[in-house]
Ligand binder design. Structure first.
Ligand code: SF4
Ligand code: SF4
Length: 82
């Protein structure tokens, strides 16, 4: 268990954003919903969901991302929901 009782949050750093881009920017969900046009544009697990509306959930790559493993994240689709 973590000392605080919760896993550490994903920090909004340029390094983390670079890691995120390798996964989010190429996933079907991102491309289908043109998420680059809405804020936040990346690092949804740290910055919160996209402001895009009525998204379907198709093909999340988060489980392959090193930050997903490092921060013990679950579920994926952070652009849609936290
Ligand atoms: S877990 Fe998902 S949203 Fe978070 S940095 Fe990785 S690819 Fe991006
Ligand atoms: S959070 Fe998951 S579904 Fe959303 S853009 Fe990133 S990889 Fe794709």
């Amino acid at each position: 268990m973590f000392e605080s009782g919760k896993p550490p949050v994903v920090e909004d750093t340029e390094e983390n954003r670079q890691t995120c881009r390798k996964y989010c920017n190429i996933c079907q969900n991102y491309k289908r919903h043109t998420l680059e046009k809405y804020q936040p544009t990346e690092l949804f697990c740290g910055c919160g969901p996209s402001s895009a509306q009525n998204m379907k959930e198709i093909g999340c790559f988060c489980p392959a991302c090193p930050l997903f493993t490092k921060h013990h994240l679950r579920g994926g689709y952070y652009c849609v929901r936290m």
